[in-house]
Design a protein around this ligand. Structure first.
Ligand code: HAM
Length: 425
């Protein structure tokens, strides 16, 4: 038997109702903040992610699904393409390509699948879904302002609250500008030099390739060493420090709780200044339900105009997983209002009635005239229908139908014209 590929999965009903619940809440909340939807391709040129996300990151160096596309002629050199591991690089590419800068400030969101070849475990998949939002534009449109960082974070708090998630925690840091980071990296390398041999194999590798990533280490024995390392916030210049303080001041003013985490460095290379993650207790090791931050130099790195920006991506798989604790999929899915049971030879009349009732926004399940009445009742009950509606010759002649409430057992005859109101009632 052929099964879904490792790290991918089918999202099945009724759980899909919870996914729709999350997505429609996100769309509603984003609309209130004047965000608009963008849909970018699932695959892009590999160079976009190499330049955007960063060659030395785990995502680009180990986790991408990359292939050489065939050229038209056998002799054509194929183009290197990659399934998107994240949405930001593609959105910024579209921003540059379509000259969205001409519109001033852009608030864009995107919902869809992303692909990373990670080791699958609970809350970690190779095809997973993100709800991503970005604020990007020329600095003259205010895109650099700490007010945008705070607005984005406050929007996230609003969305999570609206979904009924309590228990979330916002962790905040500033990773400074490239200049701060060069100095920080230097200091970090220096501090790691005498101690790195005592650390885990991953950290030994990171110390050479990308020392910042040492802060991701979860190995307990390494923690006392990591505690002694310098932190990025000791290297922030005046402008970055002031920006970060302004973000915090607005968050306090609007009442969004947060804690500072000077170890939060994030796994993508484009970040500048504000970096953040929201975590949730129910998730265990993969406890980040979302992450994001500023990326003031990304557009230029991709050959575009200066366009400071900030954004986030919610891991939808993880968000749904933590919601499932409180909100059942059943509670947000809609069951049939009525099940129509056609008697022998009455499929056409039943279809006509179903068509009329569905126009009243009723959920109608339609049976089949080959069913005995007993089988129709069983099917109606299994579908969770509120009513069963019987369509026989006598009913059609009288233009009134037997409507039975499957919860109370009460049965009445209702004229065709009153049916919708009666079922809705
Ligand atoms: P990220 O931290 O790589 O950031 O991913 C964001 C979220 O996606 C994570 O917090 C997690 O919930 C979810 N996620 C990541 N990998 C997986 C996986 N293998 N399985 C399930 N969920 C996963 C970004 O992707 C940035 N583009 C966010 C951003 C937008 N920054 C600025 N704008």
């Amino acid at each position: 038997m052929i099964k879904a590929v490792r790290g991918t999965r089918d999202l099945l009903p009724p759980e899909t109702a919870l996914w729709n619940f999350v997505e429609s809440a996100a769309r509603d909340v984003f609309r209130a903040y004047n965000f608009q939807e963008i849909r970018t391709p699932i695959f892009e040129e590999t160079a976009l992610f190499a330049r955007g996300v960063g060659e030395e990151t785990d995502i680009v160096s180990k986790e991408m699904y990359t292939w050489e596309d065939r050229g038209r002629a056998a002799s054509d050199k194929g183009q290197s393409l990659t399934l998107r591991p994240e949405a930001t690089a593609g959105i910024v590419r579209a921003y540059i390509e379509h000259k969205l800068a001409d519109r001033g400030l852009n608030k864009l969101y995107c919902i869809g699948p992303m692909f990373r070849r990670e080791r699958p475990q609970k809350g970690r998949y190779r095809q997973f879904y993100q709800i991503d939002a970005e604020i990007i534009g020329p600095a003259s449109a205010g895109s650099e302002s700490p007010a945008r960082d705070a607005e984005l974070l406050e929007m996230l708090a609003t969305l999570l609250d609206r979904l009924g998630m309590t228990d979330w925690k916002l962790q905040l840091n500033s990773v400074g500008c490239p200049n701060d980071r060069t100095q920080f990296n230097q200091a970090l390398r220096q501090a790691l030099e005498p101690v790195k041999d005592k650390m885990c194999a991953d950290c030994q590798r990171r110390a050479l390739t990308n020392p910042l990533r040492v802060f991701d280490c979860k190995v307990p024995e390494d923690q006392p060493i990591i505690e002694t390392l310098p932190r990025i916030n000791q290297f922030l210049d005046e402008a970055c420090r002031t920006h970060f303080e302004a973000v915090q001041a607005i968050l306090k003013k609007v009442g969004v709780p947060f804690s500072l985490n000077d170890r939060l460095v994030r796994g993508l290379a484009y970040y500048t200044r504000t970096a953040f993650e929201f975590t949730h207790g129910a998730l265990g090791a993969q406890n980040a339900i979302l992450g994001g931050g500023r990326y003031d130099g990304l557009s230029e790195a991709l050959g575009g105009p200066p366009a400071p920006g900030i954004g986030f991506a919610i891991g939808e798989d993880r968000l749904v997983m933590s919601l499932e604790e409180k909100t059942s999929a059943e509670s947000v899915s809609r069951k049939p209002d009525a099940y129509i049971a056609p008697m022998a030879g009455m499929n056409g009349d039943a279809a006509r009635l179903a068509r009329a009732l569905r126009r009243h926004d009723l959920v109608i399940e339609l049976g089949d005239d080959s069913f005995r009445l007993k089988k129709s009742f069983e099917a109606a009950t299994r579908a969770g229908a509120k009513y069963i509606l019987i369509v026989g010759e006598d009913e059609v002649k009288a233009d009134a139908f037997a409507l039975k409430n499957l919860r109370t057992g009460e049965q009445i005859s209702v004229p065709r014209g009153d049916l919708a109101r009666r079922i809705q009632g």
